[in-house]
Design a protein around this ligand. Structure first.
Ligand code: C2E
Ligand code: CA
Ligand code: CA
Length: 716
């Protein structure tokens, strides 16, 4: 095949052995010299062509054979040339037209050590201005070479200095070369320098399966890799020590004509970017205080969980957890302590959970939990009991021991609802029930709670109508002075004449009114009524009677209470000192400073302040000292057993003594029996109120009651 090619080449090729004898003489030579290969083979070339004797050509052949040095004989310098002639059309050569030649003579050492000389002869006679041509050719060539060198230099600089790692690998995934950035990237922080060439891609990328690379599958792998061309693709890279880091890669093929294709891959270490992204993601989904997931991400988790559980027909539970009296901690120990407590509560909740559970901080002191697949070996009851017990253990907050409880409401999927919002709603309702049942408890959602909620909503809309349609009425319950039996005054108690349900008592609707913001209007209505009644009485009957009005905590917090009271006193003309506003201790737990200021302002108007329901809630005798109040109302629960129970009796007597020491008047509520009256008289209580004396009555009944009371001689 080579012989054939040599004959086809458009130049003369002659090979001489070490003696200068011809061993090869191609067709081109035969045609142009008129000497066939057969005729010259084995003969000394110079002898066969006598005009070459002693020529530059003969000397160059000698140099090549003896000194191994090549020569190029350009046409210009050529005094002698090979006796070669232009081919005639007929194929015969004409001696007149000798070829202008360019000759290369190169030594060649064969594998067996023998020396040869290869002579190539080019016909340059066709180019009329051959010198010029030659010069331009070399000029073009050198520019090309220069360009290439510059390009190569640029590329190399880029390759060496770019921050991106560059890997060049073959179609099997074997790495052929890498740039310094890639070496650094894959270098374990502590460890020997790694040699990336000869490693496989799957050594460097955790996501690439070795099977993808072996044998013929490599093509397939490459095809899967190539869609990355131009596009960035994120994967995990790994170093020799097993540490992993996220990278963004893009790969492409380098066409290699006549050779297997090579590939290159740009690798960018995106650890920092990923970290920032993760942080952003966490911040958007995490409650910064407790590190638990926030409302937003919990809703997402629950929604997904509900979908999955519906498919797999599993149950799940949602716990709504609310701390009891958390505000207490916040107000007494400060917000920092409150925050710290919430953080620790979060930790304890997590401790009560399995990994598959999700705990979130819903809002303020509310936490919501998701417990998937409840039927697998644990019940909601066990978890709820565990949580109650965990939260009841004392907390160490800023070197204070804090005791707190929580109330838990539980909703179950799918029994209570199949939608995320509904489940949370039900759990919330159940939590309210748990609180109503005495705190520190857990309750499962029941449809009855739902009814209660609906009833509440109904009450709310009906309350608005009640105001417009005058469905409210004030009842008055008499209060007498214990020592003399004189009427001291009345407490105004609100009644709602519901068109269908009849009389509704305040415990059923005051809460709703507070929640829906109607308490301000209702409270104002109560005050106007009570003031008018009182001023009528004041003019006609007994100028010393007092009027007690209940003020709800929400109403107390509203801005215009003081303004309203002052206005009424001025317009109605009732002496302020006959007016008693009943508040509970709950009023002061929220914002101690501001509430106390309000009380002081009210007292400056001349109004008296009574602490209602004393003995329930936060009752603190020590605290009482700091409250600007005039009257203490002992809750009726104390009085219930006081007549028969020695302990309760002594508590009542301590309260009375202490109140007197603080120069407070004492009212005992809920007096239902004569025995209770006797006890109060004995202990020196000032005022008594209760069914034994008189029920709450409408104004007409009260007038009747009063006249018969006076007739009975109970006054004075
Ligand atoms: P309160 O201020 O403790 O009022 C006393 C409650 O005890 C009244 O219930 C009264 O009817 C009841 N009571 C009186 N004597 C006895 C007795 O001898 N035995 C028993 N077992 N109970 C007795 P009522 O009228 O149902 O009011 C309940 C609560 O609703 C009141 O408790 C008060 O906190 C609130 N309330 C009543 N009227 C108003 C009002 O106009 N505004 C506001 N904000 N709250 C009101
Ligand atoms: Ca009261
Ligand atoms: Ca009371």
């Amino acid at each position: 095949m080579y012989r054939h090619i040599i004959d086809l080449v458009d130049s003369g090729i002659v090979v001489l052995n070490t003696e200068g004898a011809v061993v090869s003489w191609n067709g081109w030579m035969a045609e142009r010299s008129g000497i066939s290969e057969q005729d010259i083979l084995g003969k000394d070339m110079i002898e066969a062509m006598p005009e070459l004797d002693n020529s530059r050509i003969a000397r160059a052949v000698f140099k090549a054979l003896k000194f191994n040095s090549p020569s190029v004989l350009s046409a210009k310098l050529l005094k002698t040339s090979f006796p070669l002639f232009k081919k005639s059309i007929s194929g015969r050569s004409r001696p007149s037209e000798r070829l202008v030649q360019s000759i290369q003579i190169k030594p060649f050492v064969h594998d067996d050590g023998s020396h040869y000389c290869v002579i190539s002869i080019f016909d340059i006679s066709s180019a009329d201005m051959r010198e010029k041509v030659l010069r331009t050719q070399s000029g073009v060539l050198s520019t090309l070479v220069k360009d290439l060198q510059e390009k190569e230099h640029e590329l190399r600089t880029l390759f060496e200095n770019t921050q991106n790692g560059i890997l060049i690998f073959d179609h099997q995934g074997t790495i052929l070369s890498v740039n310094p950035a890639a070496s650094t990237m894959f270098q374990p922080p502590e460890g020997a320098e790694v040699q990336l060439p000869h490693q496989h891609l799957f050594d460097l990328f955790a996501d690439i399966e070795p099977q993808q690379l072996v044998d013929g599958i490599s093509e397939e792998f490459m095809r899967s890799l190539l869609p990355m061309a131009g596009k960035e693709h994120e994967m995990m890279a790994q170093r020799a020590d097993g540490t992993r880091f996220p990278v963004s890669v893009s790969a492409n093929a380098i066409p290699h004509f006549g050779q297997p294709t090579r590939f290159f891959m740009f690798v960018r270490d995106i650890t920092a970017r990923k970290r920032a992204e993760e942080q952003l993601y966490r911040m958007a989904r995490m409650d910064p205080l407790t590190g638990l997931c926030n409302r937003f991400s919990f809703s997402e988790v629950l929604a997904n969980s509900v979908k999955r559980h519906a498919r797999e027909q599993h149950t799940l539970s949602v716990f709504f957890i609310d701390l009891d009296r958390f505000k207490n901690v916040n107000d007494s120990l400060g917000h920092d302590a409150g925050d710290e407590l919430l953080r620790q509560v979060g930790e304890r909740l997590v401790e009560c959970c399995r990994d598959s559970d999700t705990v979130s901080r819903w809002a303020g002191d509310e936490f919501v939990m998701l417990l998937p697949q409840q039927n697998q070996g644990r019940s909601s009851i066990t978890v709820a009991e565990k949580i109650l017990e965990a939260i009841a253990r004392p907390f160490e907050v800023n070197s204070n021991q804090v005791y707190i409880h929580c109330s838990i409401g539980i909703a179950q999927f799918p029994d209570d609802g199949v939608e995320m919002e509904r489940l949370i709603f039900c759990a919330d309702q159940a939590m309210y029930q748990a609180k109503a049942d005495g705190k520190g408890k857990f309750r499962f959602f029941t449809p009855a709670m739902n009814d209660r909620t609906l009833a509440r909503l109904k009450t709310e809309s009906e309350l608005r109508l009640a105001l417009q349609h005058n469905q409210f009425e004030l009842y008055y319950q008499p209060q007498i002075d214990v020592a003399h039996g004189r009427l001291f005054g009345v407490e105004a108690l609100l009644r709602w004449h519901h068109p269908e349900r009849g009389i509704i008592y305040p415990n059923e609707f005051i809460g709703v009114a507070e929640e829906c913001g109607l308490i301000g209007q209702i409270g104002q209505w109560v005050m106007v009524q009570a003031f008018e009644t009182a001023s009528r009485w004041h003019k006609r009957e007994d100028s010393s009677l007092s009027m007690s009005i209940n003020i709800s905590p929400k109403q107390f917090q509203e801005g215009n209470l003081i303004y309203n009271v002052r206005n009424l006193i001025q317009s109605v003309g009732f002496p302020a000192e006959r007016l008693v506003l009943e508040v509970t201790e709950g009023h002061f737990i929220d914002d101690a400073g501001e509430s106390l200021n309000k009380l002081r302002t009210l007292r400056n108007l001349g109004v008296k302040i009574a602490i209602d329901d004393f003995g329930t809630g936060y009752s603190s005798l020590a605290y009482l000292r700091h409250l600007p109040v005039d009257i203490l109302k002992i809750d009726r629960h104390f009085l219930q057993s006081a007549a028969t129970d020695k302990t309760d009796a002594s508590i009542v007597s301590v309260i009375i003594d202490l109140a007197h020491a603080l120069e407070l008047e004492v009212v005992a509520e809920g007096i239902e029996h004569l025995s209770q009256m006797d006890l109060l008289r004995m202990k020196g209580c000032d005022i008594a109120q209760g069914y034994y004396i008189g029920y709450p009555m409408c104004i007409d009944d009260l007038v009747d009651w009063y006249s018969s009371y006076k007739n009975l001689g109970c006054v004075n």
